[in-house]
Ligand binder design. Structure first.
Ligand code: GLN
Length: 485
């Protein structure tokens, strides 16, 4: 059962091949047997899951089932789940039981899906390797001789789906955190247009960049999950009032005549020859289905990482000021006075990478430097966005690498944080512009999966999913699984 996609499980449930209780128990057993090594879950909600599965079977017996009724899945531990531990990968929230559900969580509940638990992640979603989690590193199930990172920050969601411990999971992406782990774990992940999915109850990192989306095995499953996740929400002021199409409806559309742009800045001499070859093969495959390719230019893309590492820390320093030991989260023992409590609670509760970002952000926002750093970064952000707006005047979709390399070893980036920041060199500009982007498996390098990225115009998730599905209909990279599952 565990190798089936959501679509196949949905058919299995509707044909009575198995019940949701059986299916849920099957995944819970797998988590118990295998997650000790992988560490992809922070919390497994087994009792709740079985209750939800029972309820789903009941709904099916009454003839009221939908596609999602009784399908198991997992939530990244960044989403507030009522009555359930919600840690965001941090000691700060080690004991935090959320009093309410995020909108993504309530949407999934309404769909009838069964939540297996909460997945591990980089602390407050800051990282590209899952090494910053307070709850320990997540091991990429594709690891062979050496232990490899799953990518981050949604590394727990990615590792859990890759190891078939859950058929699908939710994830979030501020600078690449859905697409980069999808690339490193051989999965299909989609970051929707900014404003497409509600951020209410999703613990904020950088509010103008954060967006939630599915971490799936196939484009079809991603489309099914986006149908449930997307939509306007009055509780998020940046959520867009716009109808949600049925993302599964256009998966099989012809891509004959579709115009795909190849940014020359991304296909440069730094790209490894192996990755060049994989992308060339992908291009040929899409060409054989009638897509046309042309070189485009995104002239400011080399500024995306520096601009992001001013804007994201600036927003995070403001967002994380709420963790002060007063209302919730970690509070130090026996504070002398209020200042001592603030200081020690934050010193003890946050890890090094989070502290680094808060310091950078507070500095960039300080009176003397605001114009030099924050305002400048915002101006650069506009230039990056304008590059995309001009590019999309005569193309439909952009194709590029997702991550510079496949999964790497732990501690392999040394002491220089910038080496890690460069993991997102191809993904960050999409967040700065607010565009939708996805990653899908495109090949193997030394036996490890690597993805290609598709970037679309605003609200054109359907087009991305369509191209990805057509690619997956003709290739089988997305069906490959790690050896030892
Ligand atoms: N790796 C990037 C960072 O560390 C992006 C993280 C994310 O998308 N949440 O900020």
């Amino acid at each position: 059962m565990f190798n089936k996609t959501v679509k196949e499980l949905s058919i299995g449930l509707s044909q009575g091949e198995f019940s949701s209780v059986e299916l849920t128990q099957h995944y819970l057993d797998r988590i118990k047997a295998k997650d000790g090594e992988i560490n992809s879950f922070i919390t497994v909600t087994d009792e709740l899951a079985l209750e939800e599965a029972k309820a789903a079977d009941q709904i099916r017996a009454e003839g009221k089932a939908t596609d999602w009724t009784g399908i198991p899945f997992a939530h990244k531990d960044i989403f507030c789940t009522k009555g359930v531990l919600t840690t965001c990968g941090s000691k700060m929230l080690e004991n935090f039981i959320s009093p309410y559900d995020a909108t993504v969580v309530s949407n999934m509940k309404t769909s009838g899906a069964v939540c297996l638990g909460k997945t591990n992640m980089d602390e407050f979603a800051m990282g590209s390797s899952n090494e910053t989690s307070y709850f320990g590193k997540v091991i990429n199930p594709w690891s062979d001789k050496e232990q490899l990172v799953p990518g981050g920050s949604s590394g727990g969601s990615a590792a859990a789906v890759a190891a078939r411990l859950t058929p699908i999971a939710t994830a979030t992406d501020t600078g690449g955190s859905i697409r980069q782990p999808a690339s490193l774990c051989g999965l299909t992940g989609l970051k929707p247009t900014y404003g497409r999915v509600s951020r209410y109850g999703m613990i904020a990192f950088a509010s103008s960049l954060d967006q939630a989306g599915p971490m799936a095995r196939t484009a079809e499953d991603a489309a099914m999950m986006l149908n449930v996740m997307a939509g306007h929400d009055a509780k998020d002021s940046t959520s867009i009032v716009k109808d949600v199409p049925d993302y599964t409806a256009s998966l099989n559309n012809s891509i004959d005549g579709l115009r795909i742009g190849l940014p020359k800045e991304f296909f440069n001499e730094h790209l490894s020859p192996e990755l060049q070859n994989i992308l060339q093969d992908s291009i040929k495959q899409l060409e054989s289905q009638g897509a046309t390719f042309k070189e485009i230019s995104l002239p400011h893309s080399h500024l995306s990482v520096p601009a992001y590492y001013v804007i994201a820390p600036a927003e995070c320093s403001a967002n994380l000021s709420r963790f002060d030991g007063v209302r919730y989260g970690h509070r130090c023992e026996d504070p002398k006075d209020l200042m001592d409590m603030y200081q020690r609670s934050r010193t003890e509760g946050f890890g090094d990478e989070v502290k680094r970002r808060i310091l950078i952000g507070a500095y960039a926002l300080s009176a003397g430097y605001y114009d030099a750093y924050y305002n400048k970064a915002q101006q650069v952000r506009r230039l990056i966005k304008n590059d995309f707006v001009s590019a999309f005047e005569d193309i439909d979709v952009i194709l590029s690498p997702t991550s510079p390399s496949p999964a790497f070893g732990f501690d392999s980036k040394g002491d220089d944080p910038v080496q890690m920041y460069l993991e997102d060199i191809f993904t960050i500009s999409t967040n700065l512009a607010g565009l939708p982007g996805m990653s899908l498996p495109a090949g193997l390098i030394n036996g490890l999966p690597i993805g290609m990225q598709l970037i679309g115009n605003y609200f054109e998730e359907s087009k991305l999913l369509n191209v990805a599905h057509r690619f997956q209909t003709a290739t089988d990279w997305h069906t490959l699984a790690p050896k030892n599952i």
